[in-house]
Write a protein that binds this ligand. Structure first.
Ligand code: ADP
Length: 172
């Protein structure tokens, strides 16, 4: 029933995580990139990119709108699925918080639809996309808590580096 969602923090590389779903901080083009995206494709192998090309064909203009999420195989990773979500680029002039929150809520909803029981998130938009870490952590935590409880019982935030880990710990 609606017991509280288990939230956990981990320090390390998300590609090594044993969770049903690993979330990729992708870009709208879905064909890979740097940071966590590059790490997931390197560790998971070419099957993930092949399915990304498939998902791309199904999307209007071949682009995944920022704040939305699609699932593919996890290839050679331990996980069953990779959920790709495109985060917003940080802007000082425009509040894009709702788009960042949507990355978390849409990914978690999709994981529930797939029947997953655990999901691992990186700090979406907090790398190349430049989102300030404290704010990124606050949005990540509050948005996963806002999703009605489904099959997913455990949400993990996998932080790359102790600064990100400590920031998420404070926010929690
Ligand atoms: P974005 O473009 O959404 O900002 P990035 O991949 O540049 O995505 O960074 C998102 C976050 O993921 C950053 O905090 C970065 O340090 C972290 N990161 C990079 N590689 C990994 C990894 N292998 N596992 C977990 N987190 C990672």
């Amino acid at each position: 029933m609606s017991t509280a969602l288990g939230l956990k923090l981990r320090l390390g590389d998300i590609t090594e995580e044993m969770a049903d779903v690993i979330v990729n901080a992708a870009n709208p083009g879905l064909l890979g990139g740097g940071g966590v995206d590059g790490a997931i494709h390197r560790a998971g192998g070419p099957e993930i990119l092949a399915e990304c090309r498939q998902r791309k064909k199904e999307l209007p203009g071949g682009q995944l709108p920022r704040g939305q999420a699609v699932a593919t195989t996890a290839g050679r990773l331990w996980a069953r699925w990779v959920i790709h979500t495109a985060g917003p680029i940080w802007s000082a002039a425009e509040d894009r918080s709702a788009v960042l929150a949507s990355c978390y809520t849409e990914s978690l909803r999709l994981a529930n639809d797939l029947g997953a029981t655990s999901i691992a998130f990186p700090a979406i938009s907090a790398g190349v996309y430049g989102w300030p870490l404290e704010d990124a952590a606050r949005i990540a935590i509050s948005s996963v808590r806002s999703v009605p409880r489904g099959s997913v019982a455990e949400v993990r935030f996998v932080l790359f580096g102790s600064a990100a880990y400590e920031t998420f710990r404070s926010a929690l």
